[in-house]
Design a protein around this ligand. Structure first.
Ligand SMILES: [Zn+2]
Length: 336
């Protein structure tokens, strides 16, 4: 027999009601057969709430360190402030510091010191970090005055700051397997979004050890799939030949096709979370949810990026493999 809305609400844990998407889901109509009704209203339980702080770009300018402190404070005061459930951990989504790619050693040292200091002073939560293009030291050799032979060169410095050996990693928590990918690979004097063969080998081995009943969340700096780049460039010219959108390989993963094939083989991969584009986007495609989140630094601390405010995301992972996201502005305004 279909449940009434009152019975449904009475039977629903408070944490589930906190999900706007759940509340907005259509109620079962009286005409639905009993089995379908049972399935449609099966309660789900949130297993993990991750605060995703991406594209922080901390720097000495624009009061960015104060902004980051305000963001940490906001995440940690969520229950008191908004009546929200607290996040279980923070994952930073890459571009932790303003830029090391084209910065010399002194400037890069200054930025990482800011990150370390604010984190130590204001963050008491478990924290994991994804590497971003701006976290990589000196691939822009001329501007950074790097030779390619320094022990801290490239990704090593960021790995040291994140306290781990490799630029990618994974861990298990609350029935979910969390993978932090390294999206950034060099091309000419810049970078493209992909993972290299060594990381593919690691990822395949890593996922093979995960039980099919365990849900998987992938975090990368560059989106694996996004429609946003279609809106970032001038529209394609309409002439005699077919107009073509020119999406740059630095905006999305160029190996998206390989990921699609992986997802088709491993149906327990449920969500891909990214940053890099500093906007909020959601795509649901072939059973996988793709969430790009806005930036802690918004438009590099100068103000909103397009319409996206200074903020972070709460990513909720449920026991049935579903995922919900809400974007939370933390009240920062640009300092001139
Ligand atoms: Zn960024």
């Amino acid at each position: 027999m279909p449940l009434t809305r009152r019975k449904l609400l009475a039977a629903t844990p408070a944490g589930v009601l906190a999900s706007a998407a759940f509340v907005a889901a259509p109620l079962v109509s009286q005409a639905d057969p009993p089995q379908a009704a049972e399935k449609a209203i099966a309660p789900r339980t949130r297993r993990l709430r991750i605060a995703h702080l991406t594209d922080i770009h901390v720097q000495p300018e624009r009061a960015a360190a104060k902004g980051l402190a305000a963001c940490f404070d906001h995440v940690q005061s969520l229950p008191a402030r908004l009546g929200y459930d607290a996040a279980n951990m923070i994952i930073t989504g890459g571009d932790t510091i303003m830029d090391a790619f084209e910065a010399d050693m002194a400037r890069t040292t200054l930025q990482w010191e800011l990150w370390r200091t604010v984190k130590a002073d204001r963050c008491s939560m478990e924290i994991h970090s994804v590497i971003g293009n701006h976290d990589i030291w000196g691939w822009g050799k001329q501007a950074a005055k790097t030779t390619g032979n320094d022990p801290l060169d490239g990704k090593q410095w960021a790995c040291d700051e994140f306290g781990r050996e490799k630029s990618f990693t994974s861990f298990d928590r609350a029935g979910w397997h969390i993978v932090l990918l390294d999206s950034i690979f060099p091309l000419a004097k810049t970078y493209i979004g992909k993972i290299d063969d060594a990381q593919w080998d690691w990822l395949e081995t890593d996922l093979a050890a995960v039980a099919p009943s365990t849900h998987v969340a992938l975090f990368s700096h560059i989106p694996i799939l996004s429609a946003v780049p279609l809106t970032l460039l001038a529209p394609p010219a309409i002439g005699a030949s077919m107009p073509t959108f020119a999406v740059q390989g630095g905006s999305v993963h160029v190996d998206v096709d390989r990921f699609q094939k992986l997802f088709a083989r491993r149906r327990n991969i449920k969500v891909c979370v990214s940053g890099h584009l500093h906007v909020v986007e959601q795509i649901d495609y072939q059973g996988v949810r793709y969430l790009c989140n806005g930036a802690v630094s918004a438009g590099w601390w100068k103000g909103k990026n397009r319409d996206t405010d200074f903020g972070y995301a709460l990513v909720d992972l449920f026991d049935d493999g579903s995922v919900e996201r809400q974007y939370v502005p933390y009240g920062w305004t640009a300092v001139t």
